[in-house]
Design a protein around this ligand. Sequence first.
Ligand code: ADP
Ligand code: MG
Length: 701
Amino acid sequence: MNHDTQINHLKTSVQFLKGIGEKRADRLKEVGVESILDLLYYFPRRYLDRSHIPKIKDLRENETVTVVGKVQFMGVKPGRKKRFVLVLNDGTGYLNCVWFRGVAFLQKAFETGETLAVSGKIGYFRDFQMVHPDFDRLSDGGDSDFRNTGRIIPLYSSTEGLGKIGLDSRGFRRVVREALPGFVKELEETLPAGVLKRQELVGLKTAIAQVHFPDDKDALRSARKRLKFDELFYLELMLAYRRQKIDRTEKGIEFTKVGERTRKLIEALPFELTGAQKRVLKEIREDMKKISPMNRLIQGDVGSGKTAVGLIAMMMALENNYQAALMAPTEILAEQHFLTIHELLEKLQVKVVLLVGGLPKKLREEALELIQSGEADIIVGTHALIQDTVTFKKLGFAIIDEQHRFGVMQRVALMKKGLTPDVLVMTATPIPRTLSLTLYGDLDVSIIDELPPGRKPIKTVWRGDKKRNEIYKFVLEQIAQGDQAYIIFPLIEESEKIDLQAAIENYETMKQGIFSNYEVGLLHGRMKSQEKEIVMSDFKSGKINVLVSTTVIEVGVDVPNATIMVVENAERFGLPQLHQLRGRVGRGGKASYCFLIAKYPISEEAKTRLNTLAETNDGFKIAEVDLKLRGPGDFFGTKQSGLPEMRIADLVKDTELLVTAREEAFDLVFSNKQKMNLEDLPSKAHFFQNYHDKFELSRAG
Ligand code: ADP
Ligand code: MG
């Protein structure tokens, strides 16, 4: 059979399978199953291993288990709370399954004598019971089938709608079993023979057959490994293609010179660069020399000194007669960068210009003029930099600070302002390296994994709001000794007005009350740029002792004498946000404190977040917890990741496989040693379909 007909055969609609038909086929679209091929790739959600099922007589309260037995009795029990009760018997004892919801449906769902698997937590009420268990009907047309075939039974996820038309887990099992033998033969291998051999992977036919109906545990493991690899391999293959395209087609700038001014700048810094900073600078330097445009990510925990690295790189661009731009996510941060850079570079005859949305008209026009004429060497700003009215004379280098706060499109827009500029993006989101390779795809990654010397760990505690007075008393004592404090109130878009009002009211109360002998400042996003600038510089100079602020200071702000951070309603903040906020203190050599005040009721997840903060200062560990709590999808956010959803692979857990898949994929694209028609390869792979659209989206990396 030739290639095309094979593909077409598997591409046939599931509607023609026995027992499906038009109506069910239509419904199956809900779960992404349209063709027979889709069905073969509709993998079980989990498995039931019969050799590991506990006997009812051995159950213990509070265990979460799966039990298999026959329906002995079922019925509706009237009473204060009407409920559906089903008694399961496995020959060693009886287990009551109880449902309070869906009684009408459940009454018709089961048959006495049929075999069921139920999963849930064991409770006790006169007898062992499970309330609202997950259930799976195991009798596949006479339960002999179940008894005689393998010990491992696949359980498929379904929806209520599908369940009603017979496509519950058992329905899927039946349909897949029916289709598998005939169609699995037609699958064509999607991995090159060399890869299969080197990675010791089973063939696709075996993998698909075994993932649905495994012979045993080992066969299942091999099948899953192979399919995970497939998925990761194609993901990486797409990234490799994208990378190849950029390498080939785009010509950037060769920054050949490193001169006197760069050296002078390094000398002018009030500190010695750390080893990590030096290493990363060298990596950047190598990129800048090359004709292909740099696309590099610097990842470094809060306070690791990314700004200095970026600044030195900008200076190198200047020495080659190009302009450099630095884009920051907030006005406050842009202003702060502007001040720092301006102070350092004035002596070196570098013209630094600030461009933010809130500038008065006249200043704005002046800035635009300087940018266009080329008089401005370094331009620092917010997304105001990417507006149409901004024209650069010769932008050759662009930095995006706190990259996670920008979308892909904003980054592209800044790139387009230049002459295929070298781009450096900086982030404090510390994600595992293997993952960032994938996530950022064609970006090269540099890691600053060392903090400047002399940093003291920040002492962090979280308390319920009953302890507020005690905490503020402590804060007051510290202020009296000359330290400065941040007090942060949450502000989210949905409740912006109320949040802002709360922050302002609290500011007033503290100013009149506990901190009445001190200078208290207020900072929030609704203030004019110049007002904000004044407050910030007063805080920096020490004129303001206590700064009450919304989360506008979350990123980047740097005031080394501030040693206390109080976060109100800390239960409302996400982990990375709290870590960023906390990073505002502990920047000098003094001991620093972070108090997280939470308001009850506090969810379990919020408690985990707060405990994590209290336990560690390590951004890497914090990110891992965050990743676990939220899962990769939310963790990265669709905006920046553009990652396709994984069906079987887990980007967090399967990093080892990810690394090998990446090596193989990049090797294939860049060396093409293997006999495989590259153009043809992706079209054969089922997984490719998932990726295609997503990759258009995330093209800019
Ligand atoms: P981040 O990586 O969070 O953006 P910054 O660049 O704001 O960190 O740096 C944090 C602080 O550390 C700043 O006050 C900066 O001046 C200081 N700093 C940066 N590099 C060093 C260094 N090598 N030695 C000492 N202090 C440094
Ligand atoms: Mg920074």
